[in-house]
Write a protein that binds this ligand. Structure first.
Ligand SMILES: NC(=O)c1ccc[n+]([C@@H]2O[C@H](COP(=O)([O-])OP(=O)(O)OC[C@H]3O[C@@H](n4cnc5c(N)ncnc54)[C@H](O)[C@@H]3O)[C@@H](O)[C@H]2O)c1
Ligand SMILES: [Fe+2]
Length: 387
C-alpha cells in the first residue's frame, strides 16, 4: 500500500555545461514576448566577472537587463525590500536568480513582491501564506548547493538573528538552468560547506517524518550517491568538470527531494548558528550533522542503514552498526575537507549554547519533520556534544 502523496517540482530543468554563455538565447526561446529582466546576484559574483559572459549574451539577444548585485549571505529583510523597489522601478518582466542560495532566495521574493502591493513580506512567513501570483522566474545556481533553484523555500534573516522561511508553491521557478562551469572557481571551503548542505538535504528528506514519499526517496538516494562520491574530488580539484557536474546535479536532486519531504533538526539547529554567529549555512549544518544523526539514531536507524548502503558501499551488520558506519564516514568526509569541525572553532562560546537551543526551538516548521522529537534540553545536549 502506498500512502497518498503530492510531488511538485520545477516544470523545466536545463542541464548544460556552458549554458551561461548562451543564456540570452535560452531565455529568448522560453520567453519570446519579454524584454526586461532583473538579474539578482551578489557583489562578489558581479565584481568577479564570472557573470559577464551571461550578461553579454543577454544583451546580444535583446534583453534589457537590470543587475541587482547587493544580495548578501543570509539575506536580511531590508535587502529583499530594497531589491524589490529597484525591480519595480526597472519595470522587470522576468526575474533571474544567478548566484548561490542567497541570491536565488532573494530573486524568488522579488518575483512575488514586485508585481503587487496587497501582501507584505511580513505576512508571507510560514507555509502556504503567499496569496499573490508572481513574475516569471528563472534560477541559475553558482553553488552546489542549497537546491534553491528547485525549492519552494526562501530563507530571510529577520531582525538581528532570526532566520525565517517563506514556503509556498509560487516560489518554484519556471525554469532552472544548471551550468556546472559556473561552479569551477568556487573556493574549497565553500565547495565543502555547500556540498555538505546538499547532503544534509538528501539525508533529512529521506527521514522526513510526514511527507517522505517514493519520489523524494528516489531523488534523495541518487543525490546522496552523487554528492558523497564527488565531494572530495571537487574539493581536491575545483576544475574537475565531472565532479562539479555531479555535485550540481546531486544538489538539485536533493533540492527536489526536500522541497517535498522537508528538512528537520539538522537545519533547525544550524539556523541559530548562522543567525547569531554568521557562520555560512552549509558549515552550520556540517557542525551539528553527526551529533543530530547520533541523537536520531534511536528512531531512524532502519532508514540511516539504507543510506549507509549508498555512502559506505559494502557495509554489513545490524541497522545500528550501519548507522554508526554512516555517521563515521560523514565525519571523515567533513574532516577531509578541512572545514572546522567543532562549534568552538567558529567563534562560538560555551555560554552561547543556551540561547542557540532556545532559538532552535522556534524552528517548529522544521522540527515537526524530525524522526525523533527534540526538546530544548535535547538541543542543548546536541550543541554541547558539537562544542
Ligand atoms: N531556498 C532554499 O531552499 C534554501 C536551502 C538551503 C539554504 N538556503 C539559504 O541559502 C543561503 C546560502 O546559500 P549558499 O550556501 O549557496 O551561499 P551564498 O549564496 O550565501 O554565497 C556564499 C558566498 O559564495 C560566493 N559564491 C557563490 N558562488 C560562487 C562561485 N561560483 N565562485 C566563487 N564564489 C561564489 C558568494 O559570492 C558568497 O560570498 C542561506 O541564506 C541559506 O539559509 C536556502
Ligand atoms: Fe540547507
Amino acid at each position: 500500500m502506498t500512502n497518498a502523496f503530492r510531488f511538485q517540482t520545477v516544470p523545466t530543468l536545463v542541464v548544460e555545461y556552458g549554458a551561461a554563455r548562451r543564456l540570452g538565447a535560452l531565455l529568448r526561446a522560453q520567453f519570446p514576448a519579454l524584454t526586461r529582466v532583473c538579474v539578482v546576484t551578489d557583489g562578489f559574483l558581479h565584481a568577479s566577472g564570472l557573470l559577464d559572459p551571461a550578461l553579454a549574451d543577454l544583451a546580444a539577444h535583446g534583453w534589457d537587463a537590470t543587475v541587482i548585485h547587493d544580495v548578501i549571505a543570509d539575506p536580511p529583510e531590508h535587502i529583499v525590500l530594497e531589491a524589490t523597489s529597484r525591480a519595480r522601478m526597472a519595470g522587470a518582466e522576468l526575474v533571474l536568480g544567478l548566484g548561490g542560495g542567497s541570491s536565488m532566495d532573494v530573486a524568488k521574493l522579488i518575483a512575488v513582491l514586485a508585481p503587487q502591493r496587497q501582501q507584505e513580506l511580513s505576512e508571507m512567513y510560514g507555509v502556504n501564506k503567499v496569496t499573490a501570483s508572481r513574475l516569471p522566474l528563472v534560477q541559475m545556481p553558482t553553488t552546489a548547493g542549497t537546491g534553491s533553484e528547485v525549492t519552494a523555500v526562501s530563507i530571510v534573516t529577520v531582525g538581528e538573528a532570526k532566520k525565517m522561511g517563506v514556503v509556498a508553491p509560487q516560489l518554484i521557478a519556471d525554469l532552472a538552468i544548471l551550468d556546472a562551469e559556473l561552479t569551477l572557481g568556487l573556493p574549497v571551503a565553500a565547495t565543502a560547506a555547500t556540498g555538505v548542505d546538499a547532503m544534509v538535504h538528501a539525508i533529512e528528506a529521506y527521514t522526513s517524518a510526514h511527507l517522505k514519499n517514493p519520489v523524494s526517496d528516489l531523488l534523495a538516494v541518487k543525490a546522496l550517491d552523487l554528492l558523497s562520491r564527488n565531494l572530495l574530488p571537487a574539493c581536491e580539484d575545483g576544475h574537475n568538470r565531472q565532479a562539479r557536474e555531479a555535485m550540481l546535479l546531486g544538489a538539485t536532486f536533493a533540492g527536489q527531494a526536500f522541497a517535498n519531504a522537508p528538512v528537520a533538526a539538522v537545519h533547525a539547529l544550524a539556523y541559530p548558528i548562522g543567525g547569531i554567529y554568521h557562520v555560512p549555512h552549509g558549515l552550520s549544518n556540517a557542525l551539528v550533522l553527526p551529533h543530530v544523526l547520533r541523537f536520531n539514531a534511536a528512531a531512524a536507524a532502519p532508514l540511516y542503514a539504507e543510506l549507509a548502503d549508498v555512502v559506505v558501499p559494502g557495509v554489513t551488520g545490524s541497522d545500528e552498526s550501519k548507522t554508526q558506519a554512516l555517521i563515521q564516514r560523514l565525519e571523515q568526509m567533513i574532516a577531509a575537507t578541512a572545514i572546522p569541525a567543532r562549534l568552538r572553532d567558529v567563534g562560538i562560546e560555551i555560554s552561547g549554547l543556551e540561547r542557540m537551543a532556545s532559538d532552535a526551538m522556534l524552528q517548529t516548521r522544521l522540527l515537526v519533520n524530525n524522526p525523533r522529537p527534540v526538546s530544548e534540553a535535547d538541543a542543548l545536549a546536541i550543541y554541547a556534544a558539537a562544542f
